[in-house]
Design a protein around this ligand. Structure first.
Ligand code: C5P
Length: 244
């Protein structure tokens, strides 16, 4: 497999074409951003850890029947993914009130929710990823009603499976963001990444009175170094993958 032109440079990853039109070459960078790119830093080692973490999680989900774009990890910071047609959507699942949800409704972070909440945002840097509902998505032609029914089903299924995976390693899955798209066979599949950059992960054994952030909120909120937290997540996930 040969790496060809750079197609896209995002906030945390670079995407390259390859000599196979159906395969993307993805490089995880050390860059961290927050607040829509307002805060930016190079954090040595983040790319390696996120490449590893998303690899373990996609493999564990695949083993439980979730279809993904993941092909294989090819180096410390690189992996091959199936090239798919992405929905321009951030698909967010919440199990506990936190972040923008807690702020929007004036609820204390950590408040339990009576049921998981599925939200969508329209991916647009210019518009700062505004909130959108399924009517808006269908009306704008971003996806069809049938596709959104399947995306919603998959998001809830992935939430159940991920919650259970994190539970098994002593971590509370507070919320997360995924992205999905349509593969060359016409199937809707999980894409992008699942890492502590895209999930809120709280240590179930944190000291009383502390949340025990093991995710990018450490960077967003200047609470400490993310690398030990990301290493902790990777080590626990790797041990789980070895056991199962
Ligand atoms: O900020 P907010 O509370 O809406 O984030 C919900 C979840 O989605 C968090 O886990 C956050 O890490 C993730 N997220 C993301 N990328 C964004 C926005 C949110 O990964 N652009």
């Amino acid at each position: 497999m040969e790496k060809l032109d750079m197609l896209y440079r995002g906030k945390a990853k670079e995407l390259y074409s390859t000599d196979d039109p159906d395969v993307l070459w993805v490089k995880y960078m050390d860059q961290a951003t927050a607040g829509d790119g307002a805060k930016k830093a190079q954090i040595q080692g983040k790319g390696i850890l996120n490449n590893r973490i998303t690899t373990v999680l996609f493999r564990l989900l695949e083993a439980e029947g979730v279809k993904t774009h993941f092909i294989r990890r090819i180096s410390d910071t690189e992996q091959l993914n199936e090239k798919i047609s992405m929905f321009p959507l951030e698909i967010i699942m919440r199990n506990t009130a936190a972040g923008s949800f807690a702020k929007r409704y004036g609820i204390e972070e950590g408040t339990a929710l009576k049921r998981p909440i599925l939200e969508f945002c329209y991916k647009s840097d210019e518009l700062h990823d505004p909130f959108i509902n399924i009517d808006g998505i269908v009306a704008l032609g971003l996806a069809t009603e049938e596709q959104m029914a399947e995306v919603s089903r998959q998001a809830r299924d992935i939430n159940d499976k991920l919650t259970s995976i994190f539970d098994r390693i002593g971590v509370k899955l507070v919320d997360f963001k995924i992205e999905e798209g349509v593969n060359p066979q016409g199937q809707i599949v999980l894409a992008d990444e699942i890492t502590p950059d895209t999930c809120r992960l709280w240590d179930a054994n944190a000291k009383t009175g502390t949340v025990g952030h093991l995710d990018k909120d450490l960077f967003r909120r200047d609470l400490g170094d993310i690398i030990p937290a990301y290493e902790e997540i990777y080590d626990r996930l790797a041990a789980l993958a070895d056991r199962e």
